[in-house]
Structures are given as C-alpha cells and as structure tokens.
Design a protein around this ligand. Structure first.
Ligand code: ZN
Length: 198
C-alpha cells in the first residue's frame, strides 16, 4: 500500500504542472461514455481507452453485472446508470468483460461460494450457466464472458429511459471484451454475432 500512498502524496505536483486542465474539471463533467466493467484490478478503463479525467463515467461491479431493472429496489448500479444517461447525457454505453474473470470463471466452474454469500447472491444476476461441465481453460471462460457481456447489454435495453434513447438513436451500446494478457480489445459485431478486434 505504501507505494500507492507515496504516489497519491505527490499527485498534486502533477496537477500543478497542468493547472488549466485540472481547473477546468471543477466546472463540471461531460463524459463521452459510461463504461461498465469488472472491479478486477487488471482492467483499467482509462488505460485501455486513453480517456483523460472527465471523459469516462465508470461503473465497476464484480463480473461487470448490470442488475435487472427494478424501480422498487434501488441499487448503486441503477443510480450510476441513471445519472450517466439522464443527467450527464452520455451518448455511448460500453459493457466490457475481460479474460481470466474470476466472477464469471466461478460461475462457469460452479465454484462453491458459500464462504462469500454476497458474491454468490450477486452472481445470480449473471448469465452463464453453471453446469459444471466446462473445463478450466481460459478459452471456455472467454466464451462465457462474451455471452455474459451480451446478456448485460440486453439487460440495459430493459431500462426504460435507455430503451427510449436507443429507439430514438440517441444512445449506442457497445459490447467489449478485453484480453488482459495481450491488451487486445474485441467488440461484438452484430452482423456476424461475433467478437472481433477493434
Ligand atoms: Zn472480472
């Protein structure tokens, strides 16, 4: 932890080198996109996209899960999505899964999650079938993550305010898959229904 503290302590010196850029941030934010991805420490949205401060609104959850729309059950995830779309007016929403995902891997393997009940219950929102027949190999998990990402995209379409904007062509959805071992970003291409490198 100490290296992180040391860096944070000296970060102010970096802002001093770019005073106008940082001062502008105090005036408000107009991010280009809402970027929904896993909490995994190896996935860094600003690193992948080159986003500067103020350009990317992020939602990070275990397994990049979008919970089902339920106005009776407010969640932090729903609040983040609503704010990004209704208040900030983002025009693009990315759901980015990743290789070697522990959350989706646990589902694919059918891991015993009784020691982490919050994780177990959260993952019931995910899509992959935990039939226990899939091998541990990453290709299998990659395939599961990709279908899982598409399921979250479908779920986003069920959020009424997003559905309205999608119908009006005001918002676009992007399904991405990030390979943490190669740095390759793949995107889902509907015509072929497959993920290909961006
Ligand atoms: Zn993950």
């Amino acid at each position: 932890m100490q290296p992180l503290i040391d860096y944070a302590r000296s970060f102010r010196q970096q802002t001093a080198a770019r005073p106008e850029e940082f001062a502008r941030l105090a005036e408000g934010q107009a991010p280009q996109a809402l970027f929904i991805t896993c909490s995994d420490s190896r996935v860094i949205p600003s690193l992948i996209t080159g986003a500067r401060p103020g350009e990317l609104f992020e939602l990070r959850t275990a397994g990049n899960i979008v919970p089902p729309y339920d106005p009776e059950q407010p969640t932090g995830e729903a609040a983040t999505i609503e704010y990004a779309v209704e208040i900030l007016g983002v025009t693009d929403v990315v759901v980015c899964g990743h290789s070697h995902c522990g959350a989706v891997g646990a589902l694919v393997r059918g891991d015993d999650l009784t020691a982490v009940p919050a994780v177990r219950d959260w993952l019931t929102h995910a899509a992959p079938r935990a039939d226990g027949t899939t091998a541990d190999g990453d290709p299998a998990i990659a395939e599961a993550v990709q279908s899982h990402v598409l399921a979250q995209i479908l779920r986003l379409r069920s959020y009424p305010y997003l559905a309205r904007r999608l119908d009006a062509g005001q918002v676009r959805l992007h399904a991405w898959f990030y390979e943490i071992h190669t740095g390759t970003v793949l995107a889902h291409r509907p015509p072929a229904d497959t993920f290909v490198a961006l």
